[in-house]
Design a protein around this ligand. Structure first.
Ligand code: GLC
Length: 466
């Protein structure tokens, strides 16, 4: 039996996802190219599998697009972890510092710091100085006197040379600090701490947010073997056999397995996904900070979802199909539609237009008609359904690789958390694809990337790898 173990944000009184009720036929027609057929998803899965095999192979990895980085993590939490740990979570526009105490219950104390854009795109040393200041400030205000192990979640493509060595391969999302690519981010953080005369923090491991999410998921659920993020960016990790991870030539530490950080955001950077990419995807890519890169991520994640909807609405308006052919300055302005608006529009009670009206009004589209509202909601559902179905197809590939009949997937990220239909769309599509092959559950792991970092430090303490 397949379980739905996520507290649902979706409720049956909402407009069903993809409903064409009230949508103008021309918009349905114009949006057809965004609807994925079973054949297209099957091809997507075949290509994804090929990409994973290339990433894992020693010979093929240098030219592989989906890098499949071995994380050096070979043990999952078993629920017996104990002690006090620090965690640092960097991945979006915030840094989160956590103090996690594991015992009979889990106690978490944490603080979020916003990273100014000038730091996200300024010199690398400034970024690490900023991180070190946040960390030291937090440790002081929490009166942490003892030397605690720290798990450092750094959610960008890292080539790991060990648990404590992570070389930045490239920046993704909105980051572009010079002077970090090619360097070990653990050393850079240690240096920044030393510049401040702070020697009391021992960095136990560096990890990706997907790994953190899988660690946090496994702490709660013994069958968790896949970690996923669908938030600002998107990526996945899974539990692979050590033999298949050809780049990972460490002695077997007992499990015979290793977590692989796929970096699946890059899937399609060689043109492999051009058969389903559309003009809107091209446009988003061309105007991003990293054109030609992260093409898969740009079709799925929260950083781009709102813009994809806006571009469609702009095109349909200019073609006279929406808003009586009259747009607004905002509708024609890049970045004016946030992805959170897409979730809001789709979280509308059936028969109502409150949220969609609010979004249209905020874009200056006060002349919108009821048909425009239906059209807008339909565009949102086209973009989110495509994203959810791609993620579901990717997950189906990963479930087959893990090869367990019963498997749980831990998921974090704002899109999964706040979009009212994302979870159900994924559940349905995985069922369509895999039938009765698996007994699977997908569940939300809140703050998995931060808590998971502390849990990794705890697992290393338990398995004496600290
Ligand atoms: C981007 C990063 C990746 C991260 C993902 C989700 O794709 O490259 O490392 O896991 O975003 O935050």
């Amino acid at each position: 039996m397949t379980t739905m173990c996520r507290s649902q944000v979706c409720n049956p009184t909402m407009w069903p996802s993809g409903s064409t009720e009230g949508v103008s036929p021309a918009v349905v027609e114009g949006g057809k190219e965004l609807v994925l057929s079973d054949q297209q998803l099957a091809k997507y899965m075949e290509l994804f599998e090929e990409n994973i095999n290339r990433g894992l192979g020693k010979e093929t990895n240098p030219t592989a697009i989906v890098k499949c980085f071995p994380t050096y993590v070979q043990h999952l939490p078993d629920g017996t972890e104990k002690g006090k740990y620090l965690a640092l979570d960097l991945g979006g526009s915030n840094i989160r510092v956590l103090l996690v105490e594991l015992g009979t219950a889990m106690n978490i104390n944490s603080k979020v710091f916003t990273i100014p854009l000038s730091i996200m795109q300024g010199q690398g040393t400034l970024l690490f100085d900023f991180i070190a200041d946040c960390l030291i400030g937090f440790v002081k205000s929490n009166n942490v006197e003892e030397e605690l192990p720290l798990g450092f979640t750094f959610s960008f493509p890292l080539v790991q040379k060990g648990l404590k060595i992570g070389i930045l391969e490239r920046w993704t999302k909105d980051f572009s600090c010079p002077g970090v690519i090619g360097n070990d981010v653990v050393t850079m953080l240690q240096d920044a701490l030393e510049r401040r005369g702070h020697k009391k923090i021992c960095i136990a491991a560096v990890l990706n947010d997907t790994t953190g999410t899988l660690m946090a998921a496994a702490f709660k659920h013994p069958r968790a073997r896949i970690g996923l993020i669908v938030g600002t960016g998107t990526n996945g990790c899974y539990w692979e056999s050590q033999q298949k991870a050809e780049l990972f030539d460490e002695p077997d530490s007992g499990s015979g397995k290793v977590i692989i950080n796929l970096e699946w955001g890059a899937f399609g950077d060689d043109g492999a996904l051009d058969f389903i990419r559309r003009s809107y995807d091209e446009d988003v890519d061309l105007h991003s900070v990293n054109p030609g890169k992260q093409k898969h991520e740009k079709m799925i994640s929260g950083m781009y979802m709102g813009e994809l909807v806006r571009l469609m609405a702009e095109k349909f308006t200019k073609a006279g199909l929406m808003f009586e052919g009259r747009g607004s300055v905002s509708l024609f302005t890049r970045g004016a539609l946030e992805s959170s608006a897409v979730s809001d529009i789709e979280r509308e009670r059936y028969g109502e237009f409150t949220n969609v009206k609010r979004v249209c009004d905020s874009l200056g589209l006060t002349h919108a008609t009821r048909e425009d509202y239906c059209n807008m909601r339909y565009l949102c559902s086209l973009i989110s359904r495509r994203a959810a179905q791609m993620v579901a197809a990717g997950l189906s590939v990963l479930m087959r690789r893990v090869g367990h009949k019963k498997v749980a997937v831990g998921i974090d990220g704002t899109v999964y958390k706040f979009h009212p239909h994302f979870h159900n769309l994924m559940m349905e599509k995985i069922k369509d694809i895999t039938g009765d092959e698996f007994d699977y559950s997908l569940f939300l792991v809140e703050d998995g990337s931060g808590i998971g970092a502390a849990l990794l430090a705890a697992v290393l303490a338990r398995t004496q790898q600290l």
